[in-house]
Design a protein around this ligand. Structure first.
Ligand code: B1M
Length: 234
C-alpha cells in the first residue's frame, strides 16, 4: 500500500478522485496526506464545511464500519482518528471565521468513562462557527465537572456526548443531579452521539437529541431564540 501511495500525487487528482483517496488515506491513518488533501480542496474553493463532511466525516464513517466488523482494530482506528484531527485543526479557525453574531455560551464534554471526542470536537467547532462561545471540557467527565463549569461560565447550554451504549446512561446521572440541585431549568441540555436517539433523549430528560453537528447548531439557535422570548420551542 505504501509503495502505491508513494506514486500518487494528490494535487494532480481531480476532486472526484481526491475525495475517495482521502477516505483511503484516513483509513490508513496517513496524517500528512490528510492535511495535504484538506489544503488542496480548500485551495480549489471548497467550503470548510464540505471538506469536513465529504472528505473527513465520510472517511471516518467507513473506518467505523470496518471497526465494527472486526477488520480494523483500536491502534489503526487511533491512527485514523489522529489523521482526522489533523484535518480538523486546519478547518477549525475557518469554520469559526464566519463573523456570525454572538448567540450564547455552551459547555460541552464527553461523559465519564468515554474517551471518544471527534464528534464532540466537531460539534464545538460548528457551534463556534455559528457564533456560540464554547467551553470544551474534553473527555471522561464526571457530573461535578459539568455542573461546576456551567455555573462558573454562566453558560446557556449544556452539551453532552457519548459514543458507547455503556456510557450514554451517564447523561441521566448529570441531568438528575442538575434537577436535585434545582438548576436544571437554568440550562438547555442537548445530547448527542452515535448510539443515542430521540427517544433516549426524551427518556433522560434532555431538551433535545442532536443527530449531528449541524442539527446541534440549529437546535441550539432555536432554543436560544425561544429563551430570549422566555418560552420553549414546541
Ligand atoms: Co470506539 N467505538 N471504542 N474508538 N469508535 C465506536 C463508538 C463503536 C460504535 C465502534 C463499533 O463497534 N462499530 C463502538 C461502540 C459500540 C457500542 O457501544 N455499542 C466502539 C467501541 C466498542 C470502542 C472501545 C470499547 C473499543 C475497545 O477498546 N475494545 C473503546 C472504548 C474507549 C472508551 O471510550 N472508554 C473505543 C475506542 C476508540 C478509539 C480510541 C480507538 C477511537 C476514538 C478516538 C477519539 O475519539 N479521539 C474510536 C473511534 C474513532 C470510534 C469510531 C470508529 C468513530 C467515532 C467517530 O469519531 N465518528 C466509532 C464507530 C462509529 O461511531 N460508527 C466507534 C466520527 C464522528 C464525526 O461522529 O462521534 O458519531 P460521532 O459524532 C457525530 C454525532 O454523533 C453527533 O454529532 C457528531 C458530528 O456530526 N454528536 C453530537 C456527537 N456528540 C455530540 C454531542 C452533542 C450533539 C451531537 O451535544 C450537543
Amino acid at each position: 500500500m505504501a509503495d502505491e501511495e508513494d506514486d500518487i500525487i494528490l494535487s494532480e487528482l481531480s476532486d472526484d478522485e481526491l475525495v475517495p483517496q482521502m477516505h483511503d488515506d484516513l483509513y490508513d491513518g496517513m496524517k500528512e496526506e490528510i492535511v495535504e488533501g484538506v489544503n488542496i480542496l480548500l485551495g480549489r474553493g471548497w467550503t470548510p464545511y464540505d471538506v469536513l463532511t465529504k472528505a473527513l466525516v465520510e472517511g471516518m464513517r467507513i473506518v467505523g464500519i470496518d471497526f465494527r466488523d472486526g477488520i480494523l482494530f483500536v491502534p489503526e482506528v487511533l491512527l485514523a482518528a489522529n489523521a482526522m484531527k489533523a484535518g480538523m485543526t486546519i478547518l477549525r479557525p475557518l469554520l469559526a471565521e464566519t463573523g456570525a453574531p454572538k448567540q450564547g455560551k455552551m459547555v460541552i464534554g464527553t461523559v465519564k468513562g468515554d474517551i471518544h471526542d471527534i464528534g464532540k470536537n466537531l460539534v464545538g467547532m460548528m457551534m463556534e462557527g455559528a457564533g456560540f462561545d464554547v467551553v470544551d471540557l474534553g473527555i471522561n467527565n464526571p457530573v461535578e465537572n459539568y455542573i461546576e463549569a456551567l455555573e462558573r461560565e454562566d453558560a446557556d447550554i449544556l452539551g453532552m456526548s457519548a459514543l458507547l451504549t455503556t456510557t450514554m446512561p451517564y447523561m441521566k446521572v448529570v441531568i438528575d443531579e442538575m434537577s436535585a440541585k434545582g438548576i436544571r431549568e437554568n440550562y438547555v441540555v442537548l445530547v448527542g452521539g452515535a448510539p443515542l436517539n430521540e427517544e433516549f433523549g426524551k427518556a433522560i430528560g434532555a431538551d433535545a437529541y442532536c443527530r449531528d453537528a449541524a442539527v446541534a447548531v440549529e437546535t441550539a439557535k432555536e432554543f436560544m431564540e425561544h429563551r430570549k422570548h422566555n418560552q420553549q420551542p414546541a
